[in-house]
Write a protein that binds this ligand. Structure first.
Ligand SMILES: Cc1cc2nc3c(=O)[nH]c(=O)nc-3n(C[C@H](O)[C@H](O)[C@H](O)COP(=O)(O)O)c2cc1C
Length: 226
């Protein structure tokens, strides 16, 4: 199945013609996917540069850019090639409805009805105004082992998407939470029966350069066995 885009997405730095996307990428070379432009990427730099981006500029994310991100997502490893992921690219109406579902949850904690109404509306409007939001769902296998593998594969697809976004000069915010199982959020996504939403990913041009959140070194979590 081809997901060819008619024109290349804007690489990091913008411009009508593909230019260097940074990270040692040569954006003038074709990407690895059939028909979809993606810059060649230096993965360690992309991993280091990825951040959870909470504030975006109002520059729209093009359909071609979204298609390029999803082309990277579906290259994730997946056992038995089940390709368990489903991607719902939400437009402003759907984002607003998803935001209402999330706002409802938050508003329940407020005793003052007016404050609750205002919060609900604010969360909904915040979601409507996002440049791009993708809900990632996984098809639920009846087999528990396959179901676990498929969940893992879907989250690997999410990481591919997040790294590809960095290569295109975009940022992402992966989000989860109980809201994903609510009837209202499922209706907003229009998720299919037998599918579970496992993450939402906000995508856009970062409004500022967020500092890296430091981690303990890998050695702190590593046990070497003989
Ligand atoms: C599976 C997953 C779920 C997440 N869910 C949320 C979320 O619900 N809300 C949120 O603000 N951030 C969420 N995040 C983002 C993390 O908080 C973030 O990755 C962490 O703070 C480290 O920051 P960094 O991504 O900038 O390195 C999630 C990340 C992952 C991988």
């Amino acid at each position: 199945m081809s997901v060819a885009a008619s024109s290349p997405p804007r690489p990091r730095g913008g411009g009508a013609r593909p230019q260097s996307a940074g990270h040692g990428c040569d954006a003038t070379e074709p990407g690895w996917t059939d028909g979809v432009y993606l810059p060649r990427m230096h993965i360690p730099a992309l991993i280091q540069d990825r951040r959870s981006v909470r504030k975006f500029t109002n520059r729209p994310v093009s359909r071609e850019e979204i298609e390029a991100l999803l082309a990277a997502a579906v290259l994730a490893p997946n056992h038995r090639l089940t390709q368990p992921w489903r991607f719902y690219v939400l437009g402003p109406e759907s984002r607003y409805a998803y935001g209402l579902a999330l706002g409802d949850r938050k508003a329940r904690k407020l005793p003052d009805p007016e404050a609750a109404r205002a919060l609900r509306e604010a969360v909904a409007a915040e979601h409507r105004d996002l440049p791009c939001m993708i809900a990632v769902a996984v098809v639920q296998s009846d087999n528990l082992e396959v179901r676990e593998e498929d969940y893992a594969a879907a989250m690997m697809a999410v990481e591919n998407l997040a790294l590809a976004a960095v290569a295109l000069g975009l940022g992402t915010h992966i989000k989860t939470g109980g809201v994903m199982g609510d009837a209202a959020s499922r209706a907003a996504v229009g998720v299919g029966d037998g599918e579970r939403v496992v993450a939402t990913v906000n995508v856009g041009e970062p409004a500022d350069a967020a500092p890296a959140k430091t981690r303990a070194p890998a050695g702190a979590f590593t046990i070497w066995r003989p």
